[in-house]
Structure formats: structure tokens, C-alpha cells
Design a protein around this ligand. Structure first.
Ligand code: CDP
Length: 267
């Protein structure tokens, strides 16, 4: 692999980004549900070149027992990067950054879950970053919430997440790695789309007040689009398979849903 070189510009004179995207355009996204055999629930996400797999185990008995919470389940999230996921070999020992991101992801997901239905138990969410190319904590939340749904954990709603950043003075949705490294900052966020509650909001870099307000609005719009993609990924696995004679109706339903998603993405 050739060594990374700082790009001359992040926004072209035509207003396009280094990979040709418009400022409010997400990277290509592929979500898959039920990708692991051993887990109770699982999902994978490809968001541009970022590639992550999430596996959920539980609710199950919690060990060590001193972590037990009497009135609800403990949501234990472990975010890890594979040694080969980044240009420099990542040391296998858990880093401070991985511990912090694990906590941040758990906090973003908890408000969506009815953990009180499983007192004293644990729900384990293991997240493995296979390839990191920016925005891994948000992509991880997108995959983990799908994996939780696949595991049948009772949820208020899925949790979509995206980072909005700034480069060359312009606000950009879903930063890639170079935009993250050489840009002026980013604001990762996650929402509960049914209530518009924000469950993750971090800020790196400097944003003026009005920029932050605009960045959050862009983030919310993108999260709503991501939510449609998440629902489609679940439907592909769980939608009732048509019995004879119902095929046309089933196709119509699916087309309507996908049509809505495309319209949301054009906003
Ligand atoms: O991934 P995310 O944007 O949520 O977190 P970050 O800490 O802002 O990291 C930004 C990007 O830096 C990651 O997505 C990776 O592509 C890269 N990175 C890396 O190359 N080596 C590391 N040890 C950690 C992150």
C-alpha cells in the first residue's frame, strides 16, 4: 500500500468532495442482518471502505456477578479494531480509545432498549472493526442496533448514527478517513428516530454556534435516511415470505418502502 499523502484540497472548485460526493451525501452503505451463525443476533455494515461486524449474545447470565444490576440487564459493549484494520498495525491489547468508544456506543444504544425486562442478566454486544476508514463509532452503532433487533431484544426503535464534519469551511456528512484526518472537526451523533431524541453527540474541532446547529440538522436528516436503510435490511430477512397469489402485493409493499428511502436520501 502506498503511504498516505495529504490531499491538496478536500473540496474541489466545483464543490465536490475528494471521493466525488456532494456535502450532504452519505457513502455507499450496505447493511446485512444475520451474518454470524454462533451469535443470537448479528449484522454487518459497509459504509464506504469502513467494514464492521456486530454480534449480540444474550440476554444471559452475567459473569462476573458483582456487575449485576438488580432492576435491569447490563448492556456490555466491546468495540475492537482488528490489527489489520488500520494502515499502522493496531496493537491487539485494548486501547483507551477502544474502551471509550465502547462506552459511548453503549450509552447511545441504552435509551432504545427495554433492559428492565431482563433484571440481573447481561446483553453482550461485540463489535469488530474489520476495516477502518473513518466514522467507525457511528457505523458500529448502525450495525449493533440491527444486531440487537436480530437477537430479539425488545427495543423502542433502531438507532441510526452518522458523523457530520467540517473541511475547507464546509459542513460535510459522513466523513471519510482523509476528511476526518485533515478536516477541521467532526460531530458524531445518533438519534432515536421515533422521538428525535439524541443519544450521542460528541464534538471534535471548532464549530461556530450556527455551524453546529446546521451540522446537527444535517446529521438528523442523514440518520432518518439511515433508519430507512436499517428497516429495509431487517425486512429483507424478516418480512413475511409471500404465499402463492400474494406475490404482487408483497412486491408492491417492498417497492413503496424502498421508494420512500430513496426520496429521503435525495433531501
Ligand atoms: O472512527 P471514528 O471516526 O468514530 O473515530 P476516530 O477516533 O475519530 O478515528 C477516525 C479514524 O482514524 C478511524 O475511523 C480510522 O480510520 C483511523 N484510525 C487509525 O487509522 N488508527 C487508529 N489506531 C485509530 C483510528
Amino acid at each position: 500500500m502506498s503511504p498516505e499523502v495529504k490531499p491538496d484540497f478536500l473540496i474541489s472548485p466545483e464543490g465536490l468532495r475528494i471521493d466525488g460526493r456532494r456535502p450532504d451525501e452519505l457513502r455507499p452503505i450496505e447493511l446485512k442482518v444475520g451474518v454470524l451463525k454462533q451469535a443470537n443476533g448479528s449484522a454487518s455494515i459497509r459504509q464506504g471502505k469502513t467494514y464492521i461486524i456486530a454480534g449480540v449474545y444474550g440476554p444471559r447470565e452475567l459473569h462476573p456477578r458483582h456487575l449485576t444490576i438488580n432492576d435491569r440487564a447490563y448492556l456490555r459493549v466491546v468495540y475492537r479494531m482488528a490489527t489489520f484494520s488500520v494502515p499502522d498495525r493496531k496493537r491487539p491489547a485494548p486501547s483507551r480509545r477502544e474502551r471509550e468508544i465502547s462506552m459511548v456506543i453503549a450509552n447511545s444504544l441504552k435509551p432504545a432498549l427495554f433492559l428492565e425486562e431482563y433484571p440481573k442478566a447481561v446483553v453482550d454486544v461485540f463489535i469488530q472493526v474489520i476495516q477502518a476508514d473513518g466514522g467507525t463509532r457511528c457505523a458500529a452503532i448502525n450495525a449493533a442496533s440491527l444486531a440487537l433487533a436480530d437477537a430479539g431484544i425488545p427495543m423502542r426503535c433502531l438507532v441510526p448514527a452518522v458523523a457530520v464534519g467540517k473541511a475547507d469551511g464546509k459542513l460535510l456528512v459522513d466523513l471519510g478517513d482523509e476528511e476526518d484526518k485533515y478536516g477541521q472537526g467532526d460531530v458524531p451523533m445518533a438519534i432515536l428516530p421515533t422521538t428525535d431524541e439524541i443519544t450521542l453527540l460528541q464534538q471534535d474541532g471548532f464549530f461556530k454556534r450556527e455551524e453546529l446547529v446546521e451540522a446537527m440538522q444535517m446529521g438528523i436528516n442523514s440518520c432518518k435516511y439511515l433508519h430507512e436503510l436499517q428497516k429495509d435490511a431487517l425486512k429483507r430477512v424478516y418480512a413475511k415470505k409471500p404465499s402463492d397469489g400474494e406475490d404482487e402485493e408483497y412486491e408492491d409493499d417492498l417497492e413503496t418502502d424502498l421508494g420512500d428511502a430513496e426520496i429521503a436520501g435525495d433531501e
